[in-house]
Design a protein around this ligand. Sequence first.
Ligand SMILES: C[S@@+](CC[C@H](N)C(=O)[O-])C[C@H]1O[C@@H](n2cnc3c(N)ncnc32)[C@H](O)[C@@H]1O
Length: 328
Amino acid sequence: MFDDAVTEASEKPEGRTKASQEKGWQKVRMKIEALVKKRPDDHLSSLMAELREIEIGRANPVDFYAKRHIIRPLAENLFKREERQFNEGFYHPDMRVGKYVVASISPIRYLMKCVRPDTQAIVELGSGWSANLFQLYIGLGYHRTRKIRFHGAEYTKEGQIAANLLAEHDGQIIYRSHNCDYRAPNVGYLRPYKKHILVYTRHSIEQVDYINPELYDMLRALDAQVTLVHIEPVGWQRRPDLMEKRLANDTAFFNAIGHSIATDPVAVDRPVENASWWSWRMNYNINLIGIADEYCNRKLARQIRREYEFAVPANVFNPSTLVHLELW
Ligand SMILES: C[S@@+](CC[C@H](N)C(=O)[O-])C[C@H]1O[C@@H](n2cnc3c(N)ncnc32)[C@H](O)[C@@H]1O
């Protein structure tokens, strides 16, 4: 058992193929087909709760503390301990296993707050079956979204078909699916917009070692103002030492991390190193932070917020980092 764990930690599979992505989403597509047939009258939100989750969370979880002078000091001290500002709109007091901690607001809630009165389109690149887009639609409500177009841009046909089934079931959302490949990006379908577009990615850029940086130029060349939000496991890329090892494909270095995960209890205190190992192991993205930083340095984008390793959608080795930009 112990030996197995060590061997498994040092195994390095190739990145996921398109066929395996198709297979994964085909299973979801079949589940959706069965569900809409079985529960034709159910609201989209009930189907989402069944298929995945509704992770919208509280709207303003810090308000409670902000308005009560008796408890506010403890909340402020908690934020101080975690080196965060009180009421900065991202973290809120929470509790885990008997200890006060700060927890982040739901990514869906964060994206909802990026929607403006002049937002014409909400776009997810690498959207899978558009579970995030549907949650945004549910969270924002039909009244606020009846003029907003939702675009699910996805690599696989199965993901696109699955999303179309749910959009048709809802019948009100203005939804279109598109092809998306980060190696050969194309956002031509966004050209008609002249006001504001929210474009985001969530754990899809992760899948591609080198995304084509022209994606940023294409988004910036649109007539609309573009808010670009990434929720991707790329925080380890801020560490030059880890980037150097990854660029050199230093197998011995990453195998040593893998080995320590399997053998050394101290590994629980090295989340960033562990994330770099997981990324190396899965052949995951290397260049997103570099592209975003370069864009900001060249004053082609303004950074609104960056939060490293703020949450975990599925796997602690693959934690989400937020990069929120306004393109200029
Ligand atoms: C882990 S899933 C996340 C899906 C979705 N963003 C979500 O949060 O539910 C990764 C997604 O990345 C997509 N993907 C893989 N390779 C891609 C590529 N070259 N270009 C664009 N998307 C890709 C997959 O098809 C899949 O839908």
